[in-house]
Design a protein around this ligand. Structure first.
Ligand code: ZN
Length: 252
């Protein structure tokens, strides 16, 4: 049986920043990969309308997912508008029932902006709800309930810190030195965002900040580049570290 992995984060490019190196490693295993963003990144431009930039960024996200051999989904929430309410909970649960993941990678509970934190809460909630037979999503052609709660992992917050600047510990650190240049290629697929930051900073800050952070996590385990994760271990989520088994490496 192939393992299905879903990486779901708030905006186009969040997944590439925080876990694409690991996804590229998983792509070398017997794994079916799906990438999902909550929004199409509709606030990510000062020049284009929300509709125009959404179309551009859906295309960029799909191209990046294509480099991974993953299918791309957009849940069509809107930037700065992700909230924890019942319609949102049902939409995320329906995504899980459609993709049917064994492993879910998502945003961390504490991060620099509420879209990320709401995504984390909605995905954690959907992992719990999606197996419950009487929990209905109201979708036109609803997927059947999941057999079980998937294994849930959180990626790093941006710059690895909480609201008070305190470094967040890693539960497991994955060596992505071998896939790091391809991770940057995936990130570079998000041309609209790269160009925006290039204009603002006068340097390729988009790729450089990614390199700095991956090098910092890498230094914790003595490798060039790494990505870190924390597994959700609260009741009744699965506690076995299936991601580590799949990658075949000890935790950092
Ligand atoms: Zn984001």
């Amino acid at each position: 049986m192939m393992t299905t992995v879903l990486a779901i984060h708030a905006h186009p490019d969040d997944i590439e920043f925080q876990c694409a190196g690991t996804l590229l490693r998983l792509a070398e295993r017997d794994v079916v990969l799906h990438v999902a963003t909550m929004t199409p990144g509709d606030c990510g431009s000062a020049e284009m309308s929300a509709e125009q930039i959404s179309e551009v960024r859906r295309g960029e996200a799909a191209r990046a997912a294509g480099l991974l051999g993953a299918e791309y989904h957009c849940l069509e929430f809107r930037d700065l508008s992700i909230v924890f309410d019942n319609p949102s909970r049902r939409r995320v649960a329906e995504c899980l029932r459609t993709v049917r993941p064994d492993i879910v990678l998502t945003a961390p509970p504490v991060d620099y902006m509420p879209d990320h934190e709401m995504t984390s809460l909605l995905v954690r909630d959907a992992c719990f709800n999606a197996p419950i037979p009487n929990y209905t999503t109201g979708a036109d052609d609803p997927g059947r309930p999941l057999e079980r709660i998937p294994s849930l992992y959180y990626v790093d917050p941006i710059e690895g810190v909480d609201w008070f600047g305190q470094p967040q510990p890693a539960g497991m650190i994955v060596d992505v030195s071998a896939t790091f240049e391809r991770k940057l290629e995936m990130l570079a697929s998000h041309e609209s965002q790269r160009a925006w930051l290039l204009k603002q900073h006068g340097m390729d800050e988009y790729l450089e900040s990614c390199r700095r952070w991956a090098a910092s996590r890498g230094s914790e385990i003595g490798v060039a580049y790494a990505e870190a994760f924390r597994q959700h271990l609260g009741h009744p989520y699965p506690g076995e570290n299936v991601l580590e088994h799949l990658l075949g490496e000890p935790s950092g």
